[in-house]
Design a protein around this ligand. Structure first.
Ligand SMILES: Cc1cc2nc3c(=O)[nH]c(=O)nc-3n(C[C@H](O)[C@H](O)[C@H](O)COP(=O)(O)O)c2cc1C
Ligand code: SF4
Ligand code: SF4
Length: 251
């Protein structure tokens, strides 16, 4: 059994949870795409598992930008997107194309479901035990494919449109309530450097991608979405994303 390098962009943790369910004991190193990374070669004998969330049917641009710093040298890659039970649209194709452009052979792919990081009442608690069981089965199939000679490891086809749908516009940024104690955690953890360290009660709207990391990590729950915006988004998602979806596997 080969060990893998994993790369994830996971502002609120569920993408990382899916990656850990898939990689299990195979993870030999983890590349955290929440932080800037230096150009890095992934040698051909080490498979890469890349797992990213879906934002507006696309992969967050910053995750693509950081992933593009990896060089695959013809090695195998597994492309996985994680979405909040609405739809993943063009995200899996975008991830596959990015990895291919980096020099990887994408021999397996999947779309998993996780709790919606904005509307937490959608897909609450996912990935659940059944999702993790599916992840284990996916890994076993991938292991079997990786055990074959490289020439016999077929490339996967995944759904998606080319050209890709336009990148989404974010409707707002989180706001900060009087509960803020000025600890600065949100400024340190924001993957976009959108929160100034000297004034963490503000947000640079031109940088914020509404990833919800600051909202989820604030120890005082002082960062929140504007309540009318959250109510409107939750109502719209309840209408189109309430029916539980199943993971899709491509091997
Ligand atoms: C800005 C934003 C846009 C999103 N767009 C979609 C989407 O288009 N379709 C969907 O099903 N889920 C969508 N989601 C939900 C996330 O894909 C899902 O919750 C994911 O698991 C979050 O990953 P994380 O926990 O690693 O941050 C979106 C979430 C955010 C924050
Ligand atoms: S993490 Fe919360 S309490 Fe700390 S500075 Fe940010 S908003 Fe304020
Ligand atoms: S400020 Fe925006 S980009 Fe930064 S952590 Fe908060 S939601 Fe994410």
């Amino acid at each position: 059994m080969k060990t893998w390098i994993t790369a994830t962009f996971s502002p609120t943790g569920s993408t990382r949870a899916v990656a850990q369910a898939i990689a299990a004991t195979r993870e030999q190193a983890h590349i955290d795409l929440l932080k800037p990374i230096s150009p890095r070669i992934v040698t051909a004998d080490t498979p890469l598992l890349a797992v990213v969330p879906v934002y507006g049917g696309r992969v967050p641009a910053i995750a693509i930008e950081r992933l593009s710093r990896l060089q695959g040298q013809g090695g195998a890659a597994i492309a996985v997107v994680v979405y909040g039970n609405r739809a993943y649209e063009d995200a899996l194709l975008e991830l596959k194309n990015t990895l291919t452009d980096c020099g990887f052979r994408v021999i397996a792919a999947a779309a998993f479901i996780a709790e919606h990081s904005i509307a937490r009442s959608i897909a609450t608690g996912r990935p659940h035990e059944q999702d993790k069981q599916t992840a284990t089965e996916f890994t076993a199939t991938v292991d079997a494919k990786l055990a074959r000679p490289a020439a016999e490891q077929t490339l996967v086809h995944v759904p998606g449109n080319d050209p890709l749908k336009p990148l989404p516009q974010m409707p707002a940024t989180p706001i900060v309530t009087d509960a803020c104690g000025g600890c600065g955690s949100c400024a340190r953890e924001c993957p976009m450097q959108a929160i100034p360290a000297e004034n963490p009660r503000t947000t640079d709207a031109s940088r914020c991608i509404l990833c919800m990391r600051c909202v989820s990590i604030c120890p005082r729950q002082a960062r929140i979405l504007p309540p009318p915006l959250l109510a409107g988004m939750t109502a719209r998602l309840q209408a189109c994303a309430a029916e539980p979806r199943l993971p899709e596997l491509f091997v």
